[in-house]
Design a protein around this ligand. Sequence first.
Ligand code: FAD
Ligand code: EPU
Length: 342
Amino acid sequence: MQIQENISLRQYNTFGIEAYAQFFSGFSSLDGLLNIIENKKYHPSLILGGGSNILLTKNIEGLVLKNEIKGIEKIGEDENFIYVKAGAGENWHRFVQYCIARNWAGLENLSLIPGNVGASPMQNIGAYGVEIKDVFHELTAVHLQDKIIKTFTAPDCSFGYRESVFKKKSKRKFVITDVTYKLRKQPVFNTAYGAIQQELERMGVKTLSIQAISQAVINIRSSKLPDPALIGNAGSFFKNPSIDKLSYTVLKEKFPSIVAYENEDGSMKLAAGWLIEHSGPDADKSWKGYRVGDAGCHAKQALVLVNYGNATGKEIYDLSEAILQSVEKKYGVLLEREVNII
Ligand code: FAD
Ligand code: EPU
């Protein structure tokens, strides 16, 4: 166990925010983790994966633990499914590619999401019509206080839209060490969402495959989401809010071009990107492409806030607050932050 002191976290978060950890340590095995948390001297305050869904607004007192547990293993199969277990520190997209190369289906729509395997169940990551809950089998996690090793099945995780038990009742209590996914031997293609079909046509795909869908998703994502290696960001900053049908009908009458999708329960999910694009710091100005200092709202996707270089976490947070308030004032809809504010 090697504990470092006063470590800059800038390279460990995709927003590229400067903040310091009082203590910092990586761990690459379950035993390594247990070793660290048994030492009462260091209080674990933050578990880090790829740092692609956090906004650091202050220096971190206590110990920042970076999960580096690696390994991908097929642990079983039955007539229809392959069960594959991955270490929490595996890079998500590399894991997706590993499965696609073996024709294990189910993850293709989730291609190119930044971050690591361990965070995927945290907020039930999702994209292009698929969420982790659709392919999740179980996970292993260690309780930080009791040091008990626990297996969580899907019902234990209480998955919701960008939600799980790890963001609610069990917030900051567990470290996820590995995740097992249940992938299909025969693919069930999911191309209904957004621009996938259009992109497949543009690519000239004649025979549908998980490889083609993965490439279409990669192309769409690359065309509108900023690459964190070039511009700091953490993906969608807010969730898409849901409202009841009646409230939606009223809004639609007033703002005919508003974008929304019907949820299974009949409520309507509004595109937060649209709400943000169609509001702004002044009545005649949009947030989309807006910049104050080095904090900004991305010009191609208004739901993504960006750091052009040296923005502080507080500056990004303050911009998010101004956006949230202007959207609430104009549409009466309260946005909820999707990024974990630390
Ligand atoms: P981190 O940012 O390191 O951590 C996120 C949270 O999980 C923190 O609270 C952290 O404490 C906790 N955590 C991390 N690992 C563990 C662990 N092993 N045990 C316990 N707690 C842990 N998300 C989507 O759902 N869909 C998208 O399409 C999408 N697109 C994105 C595009 C871009 C350009 C970016 C930058 C982000 C995008 N995201 C998207 C958000 C992000 O990629 C995901 O939320 C990802 O799962 C975060 O993984 P991470 O390892 O970086 O987590
Ligand atoms: N829109 C605008 N203006 C914008 C952005 C979007 O009007 O600036 C409208 C458009 O009508 C567009 C619609 O909103 O068609 C939806 O936009 P998009 O397809 O880009 O998806 P999103 O709803 O903004 C969600 C997820 C993304 C995920 C994509 C694809 C959330 C909070 N975000 O974004 O996840 O990749 O769908 O499935 O649910 C993330 O979580 O970090 C993330 C990037």
